[in-house]
Design a protein around this ligand. Structure first.
Ligand code: SF4
Ligand code: SF4
Ligand code: FES
Length: 483
């Protein structure tokens, strides 16, 4: 442990910490562009300068905090006159060729260059020279575009591909004010399943998601904490959607109930500050055509009629089997277990398998099991055997299928089917009773990931009319109250 002073206050630091790390650990703020807690330290942006006071309080010097080791008794000033003057000059340099087109930039509202400009500069450019022009819309990949004029060459994106995703996909070519971030080889960045993280870590609006391009100003959106169900890692995410007070009235009302973007919700126990691109694409999972109509053999009926019919089938069955969803929340699994666990022979099925071309597994985040809650489901029930036919004992006369992903062709012939699903799929009409259930973005709950870490998700949107939460449905199927 080392003791030293920040802004006159005695603080403690680990032996190998830099001034930046020690300052943050002790609650002091030092601005930074190129530094990132998970990446190497290039020390190139110079915005993090601090003053180190000389012996006896005089003759101090100014240097970058992100690459300065803490030494015993040193006295650091984070916001002295010298420091503020140096940061102002640095910002003049950084914005020398920057287009300052914040009015049309997706990063506006989240841009550290904007924030630091107002905090440390606030003055127009002193340069009389024309700005150097560069590519405004460089297609880095199908998912990301690059605005080289906005790039401040912090190299975070380049280091991310070298140090975290290991695709080594990006580099910087040319020198001085002609430097450009560019793909190193065609296809490398395109195939990096973590590529969208560079949009988050770019401190300015140089790297932009095509999905989100000009879709909404960020201050109109609200993040709801959630969990990515794309694999058993269960990365925590923020799902961004329109704020209630900024709901659109004139346009299609569905725009108020859609996922505008997904970003990582930093979680050291699960995913750190990263997620994979599949996690960004949750709208492709949750915004598929939804089932909102209860049915008996494909015939639309009131939800209550369908619940009563399912209850009657369950009550009359002699050998009922349940195929339990590995996408059910901990709460839903507990509700199922309490209400129906003893009535059924239960097996946990896979709702999702890897899609063609999808990365199956790596040593960053992506896990081979594409279901978020198998750990919790298998803690209560047996896994489905490799040959699903072995799950159905002789005399099985009813199967309750919870969630998608199971082909009815694998069911014993003539068996009665009660089917719970959230999406519009052909099987729905083949079930004796079909019950439309809510999806994760419409309810609160928890998943337990493969390491046993429990993460919470919250509802972003109201449930559709005609749809029921599985958690309230299960007691009703067992003869309890109306869902
Ligand atoms: S594109 Fe963004 S992250 Fe990459 S070097 Fe430029 S400013 Fe930094
Ligand atoms: S690693 Fe798995 S849980 Fe994490 S974002 Fe990707 S698909 Fe989702
Ligand atoms: S944050 Fe220290 S030099 Fe960039």
């Amino acid at each position: 442990m080392i003791e030293f002073f920040i802004d006159g206050q005695l603080v403690k630091a680990e032996d190998d910490q830099t001034v930046m790390q020690a300052a943050r650990a002790n609650g002091f703020f030092i601005p930074y562009f190129c530094w990132h807690p998970q990446l190497s330290v290039p020390g190139n942006c110079r915005i993090c300068v601090v003053e180190v006071e000389g012996e006896g309080g005089g003759g101090g010097w100014v240097d970058i905090a992100c690459n300065m080791p803490v030494t015993r008794g040193m006295r650091v000033l984070t916001d002295s006159e010298k420091v503020r003057a140096r940061r102002k000059d640095t910002l003049q340099f950084i914005t020398l060729n920057h287009p300052v087109d914040c009015g049309i930039c997706d990063k506006a509202g989240e841009c550290t260059l904007q924030d630091y400009h107002y905090a440390y500069n606030g003055a127009p450019s002193v340069s009389r020279d024309a700005k150097v022009r560069a590519t405004k819309f460089y297609p880095l990949s199908e998912r990301i575009v690059l605005d080289n004029e906005r790039c401040i060459l912090c190299s975070r994106c380049v280091r991310f591909t070298h140090e975290i995703s290991k695709s080594h996909a990006l580099g910087i070519q040319n020198r001085g004010d002609h430097s450009l971030v560019r793909p190193v080889e065609t296809g490398l960045f395109e195939n990096d399943p973590y590529s969208d993280n560079v949009v988050d870590i770019c401190p300015v609006g140089a790297l932009l998601s095509r999905q989100f391009l000009h879709k909404a100003r960020v201050w109109y959106l609200q993040p709801t904490p959630s969990v990515c169900p794309g694999c058993e890692r269960g990365c925590t995410v923020n799902i961004w959607h329109r704020r209630n007070e900024w709901k659109l009235k004139a346009l299609d009302a569905r725009q108020n109930a859609r996922i505008d973007r997904v970003t990582p919700l930093e979680n050291p126990a699960v995913n750190g500050p990263w997620i994979c691109n599949k996690g960004r694409d949750l709208a492709q999972i949750f915004e598929r055509a939804r089932a909102a109509q209860a049915m008996l053999k494909g015939r639309p009926v009131e939800l209550q009629v369908a619940v009563d019919s399912a209850r009657a089938l369950i009550g009359a069955a002699r050998q009922p089997v349940a195929l339990v969803s590995s996408w059910g929340s901990n709460e839903e699994l507990a509700a199922f277990d309490a209400a129906l666990g003893r009535r059924f022979t239960c097996h946990v099925k896979s709702d999702w398998l890897p899609a063609p071309g999808e990365r199956i597994e790596d040593d960053v985040l992506i896990r081979p099991d594409k279901n978020p809650n198998r750990a919790a489901a298998c803690a209560r029930f047996h896994a489905l055997p490799a040959d699903p036919r072995a799950a159905f004992p002789p005399g099985c006369d009813l199967v309750l299928v919870w969630g998608e992903g199971f082909s009815f062709a694998q069911l014993p012939p003539g068996v009665k089917i009660v089917y719970l699903n959230a999406y519009l799929q052909p099987e729905n009409g083949h079930a004796d009773v079909f019950l439309p259930i809510s999806v994760q973005t419409e309810r609160n709950g928890h998943y337990t990931n493969f390491q046993g870490v429990v993460s919470a998700f919250q509802a972003c949107f109201a449930k559709q009319a005609g749809v029921v939460d599985a958690e309230t449905l299960f007691p009703a199927l067992a003869g309890g109250s109306t869902p």
